[in-house]
Design a protein. Structure first.
Length: 499
């Protein structure tokens, strides 16, 4: 029997994972990638002697024996990427009050520090940390993310629920509220801000507890070599398995005959045919452009028109001739003076210090990166209508951000050797992500309890993978690629293999 062929759109993490597992299971695959390198939003670029990393912030389960580590090993990423423990999840600077708050994996220390700073909220602090300890102790391992929900029966669902029975109380009541709504009931606004921005204001409180529990359990890590090396290790695994990536290949249309996906047409007119088509590209572009919006139902239409997206961001990076040994990698600054960007005020920025990465800069030097949310329309229109003003605005914002850093690190302005500004338009240009967002859907309680389909109604031999199906996380995207292969194997009545 001849091998069945699979064409995959996108060499991001999901597309590469789908390619690897399809190759392991005797499918002939090719991946088409718009850019000239793998990774999608998990990428990096060189500016003089500095590597600017624009992708993965942290990774879950980076140690042998942890639930997702085996996935990384199967894809060749665990063997080639040194990991660094994330011991301090984040430092928060509240410039208006002068408070500095560290959130680390030492939950007893966090408990004591928060109660000392915010005694009027001691009861809620105790409750929040009790939930984090429960997540650390009993974990979320009852949830079998390694198995596609399409292939799970009711007994597997019951088994998973039983495995999580000790945590049920934390998925209801006030813990099911968004972090933003939960923060409204606290006495001190600074504590409320910290809880909201431990991840995102829209996530349920139990998710914040889970992150704290994972940090305490030592299950959060950093990529010492960066996002692009992580993606390239999976690309190498894919090629070693016999797969082929075609770069600089923008897919313009998914070819359909008699409601069956049969191939792709590239922007240069070339056509390629296959038995199965997998899109691991931007979900909006896939459904409404590559397929012309022909395969929809009300549920999918509502999702793409009404669900909120993660806001796009500006990323200002500096190559600095200085080291920051006492600063944790992740920091959030609540500003005492807003930044004016695109007609909006920015009151909070995220500061990333690459002092854990020997690859990003030479000894004695460091990449310092500041991110904050912005509006897609402003940057898209500015780039299209006035390229010179677009460049001027980027330079102005870089100067404003450097002024913020000067308050924290006096003298840093004179130590800057490289400046790089990436806007939402930059993200769109390299990835075609809808509205320049590096992540897809906003992490709302609705998203986190919704199982999204990998297929489209009325279209055969077509599947979707990636963050538009599972939400944005490294394990989620990698698993989504593996799940496609498991579903294909089940459909053809053969045993799924991994090696």
């Amino acid at each position: 029997m001849s091998k069945k062929s699979v064409l995959i759109i996108g060499a991001g993490l999901a597309g590469l994972a789908a390619g690897c597992y399809c190759q392991m299971n005797n499918y002939h695959t090719r991946i088409f990638e718009l850019h000239n390198k793998p990774g999608g939003v998990a990428t990096a670029w060189k500016r003089k002697d500095y590597i600017i990393d624009g992708g993965i912030h942290f990774i879950m389960d980076h140690k042998p024996g942890q639930p997702t580590y085996e996935l990384y090993r199967e894809l060749g990423a665990a063997q080639k990427n040194p990991f660094v423990d994330l011991n301090v999840y984040g430092r928060f600077y509240d410039q208006p009050t002068g408070k500095i708050i560290d959130i680390s994996g030492d939950l007893d220390r966090v408990d004591a520090d928060l109660k000392a700073l915010f005694p009027e909220d001691a009861r809620e602090i105790a409750s929040l940390l009790a939930g984090a300890r429960a997540m650390q102790r009993d974990g979320m391992d009852g949830m079998d993310y390694a198995r596609p929900p399409e292939l799970s029966d009711r007994w597997e669902g019951l088994r998973q629920l039983w495995g999580m029975r000790k945590l049920f109380r934390y998925f209801t009541g006030k813990y099911a509220k968004s972090a933003a709504k939960y923060a409204q009931d606290l006495h001190h606004p600074t504590l409320g801000q910290v809880i909201q921005y431990l991840f995102m204001p829209e996530v349920p409180v139990w998710f914040v507890m889970m992150i704290l529990g994972m940090c305490a359990e030592g299950r959060l890590g950093l990529l010492e070599s960066g996002s692009l090396d992580f993606a390239m290790s999976i690309e190498q695994r894919y090629q070693d398995l016999g797969g082929q990536v075609i770069y600089n290949a923008a897919v313009e249309e998914i070819l359909v005959e008699e409601n069956r996906a049969v191939g792709v047409r590239l922007a240069d007119g070339r056509e390629y045919r296959a038995d199965i088509i997998v899109s691991a590209a931007d979900g909006y572009s896939t459904i409404f452009k590559l397929l012309g919006g022909r395969y929809l139902n009300d549920k999918i239409k509502k999702r793409y028109t009404e669900w909120k997206l993660c806001s796009p961001s500006i990323m200002v990076s500096f190559g600095v001739a200085r080291e920051f040994p006492e600063t944790p990698p992740f920091n959030t600054i609540f500003l005492d003076r807003s930044l004016a960007v695109g007609g909006h005020n920015v009151d909070r920025v995220f500061l990333r210090i690459f002092n854990y990465s020997s690859k990003s800069a030479s000894p004695g030097k460091t990449v310092v990166q500041v991110e904050f949310e912005t509006e897609w329309d402003y940057w898209h229109n500015l780039r299209k209508e006035d390229h010179l003003l677009y460049k001027t605005e980027k330079e102005r914002i870089a100067g404003e951000v450097l002024n913020v850093l000067e308050k924290l690190y006096p003298g840093i302005s004179s130590q800057v050797e490289v400046t790089d500004v990436a806007t939402p338009y930059t993200t769109w240009r390299y990835t075609r992500n809808h509205q320049g967002a590096s992540m897809a859907w906003l992490y709302t309680p609705e998203l986190m309890t919704t199982v999204m389909e990998r297929t489209l109604p009325g279209l055969k031999n077509f599947y979707m993978a990636g963050q538009w199906v599972v939400g944005a996380s490294v394990p989620g995207c990698l698993y989504s690629g593996r799940h496609i292969t498991e579903i294909l194997c089940r459909r053809e009545g053969k045993q799924f293999q991994k090696c």
